[in-house]
Design a protein around this ligand. Structure first.
Ligand code: HSE
Length: 316
């Protein structure tokens, strides 16, 4: 066990990346160097789990600490590894809940990464990722790794869903800018999942398979033109777009500005829009700030992919 307090950061992430519903996800790093993600600080306590909830979005969390997923992660971890010590945790809730930026994944990943580091790494990477998926699934209503995997491991991750190989990193387009805009409203992932049909036509299944396989192929070939051509969401966006105020208008306006592709980040309401041109990214960012951010707390950022994933920020 570490005697020093550790602070762990876990970045925001885009589930689906439009083309890979539940199967593709990417971690985000604002190009201005700011951190966009939750942090968890862990230190020793005599017994039990103690959780403080701080940060810009802490007021939106359930007020009782034991209802917080970070508290539940710690309780589970101490019990599973028969750790006869207590822990004090402080969650800095920097991502809005229900934003489509992997907010619950960020809390879960920061908490389990911090616990694993603090107690001498009893879990290997795949075991820890499986736990992250299980705990995040308690909040979002279903286990899908497309937020926890990139949040933990960084970059663009493709889900394989094999017991010992949950995901694999695929090459990113290093010159792409991902502008992400969160309008300020909160949408429940479970409700956004419920909007989607239980079954799809064969033609849609084939279109989905073609787009995702072509995107992965294009990523390996570094064929940006092909990747952009197939960066389309035929499974979720047709059913979710109408539930996200202003999404359709924004997508249209961003296309007119020359952005290469626009889609829903995770289950929304955050949208992402892609370009390889920084001037266009700045224009899109300004448009989104003026037109898409409707509520207090909304924000938009020009991002690259975060290649590092979860990491220790400070040891005290
Ligand atoms: N793949 C999930 C969904 C991500 O779209 O429901 C949720 O952030």
């Amino acid at each position: 066990m570490s005697s020093a307090a550790l602070t762990v950061y876990a970045p925001a992430s885009m589930g689906n990346v439009g083309v890979g519903f539940d199967l593709l996800g990417a971690a985000l790093a604002p190009i201005d160097g700011s951190l966009l993600g939750d942090t968890v600080t862990i230190s020793a306590a005599d017994s039990g789990v103690h959780l403080a909830q701080v940060g810009e979005w802490a007021a939106k969390l359930p007020p009782a600490p034991e209802d917080n997923i970070v508290y539940q992660c710690a309780e589970f971890f101490l019990d599973k590894f028969a750790i006869n010590r207590g822990v004090a945790l402080s969650l800095s809730k920097n991502l809005p809940v229900g934003s489509g930026l992997g907010s619950s994944a960020s809390s879960v990943v920061a908490a389990l990464y911090a616990l694993n580091e603090f107690f001498g790494r009893p879990c290997n990477q795949q075991q820890l990722l499986a736990l992250m998926g299980e705990f995040e699934g308690r909040i979002s209503g279903a286990i899908h790794y497309d937020n926890v995997a990139p949040c933990y491991l960084g970059g663009m991750q493709l889900m394989l869903d094999l017991p010992e190989r949950i995901c694999e990193a695929i090459p990113a387009f290093e010159n792409w800018y991902w502008v992400v805009a969160y309008p300020g409203i909160s949408l429940s992932t479970a409700k956004m999942r419920a909007l989607m049909p239980a079954q799809y036509d064969k033609s849609v299944a084939i279109e989905f398979g073609k787009n995702l396989s072509a995107f992965v192929h294009a990523s390996y070939r570094q064929d940006a033109q092909l990747a952009i051509t197939v960066l389309k969401d035929v499974l979720a966006e047709p059913y979710r777009a109408a539930a996200i105020p202003g999404f359709e208008q924004a997508k249209q306006a961003l296309a007119e500005l020359g952005m290469l592709a626009t889609g829903i980040s995770g289950s929304g309401p955050t949208l992402f829009t892609v370009t390889d041109d920084l001037a266009k990214a700045n224009e899109a960012n300004a448009w989104l700030q003026a037109h898409y951010l409707t509520e207090a707390g909304g924000f938009s950022h020009i991002c690259r992919l975060d290649s590092q994933g979860a990491r220790v920020l400070a040891v005290e």
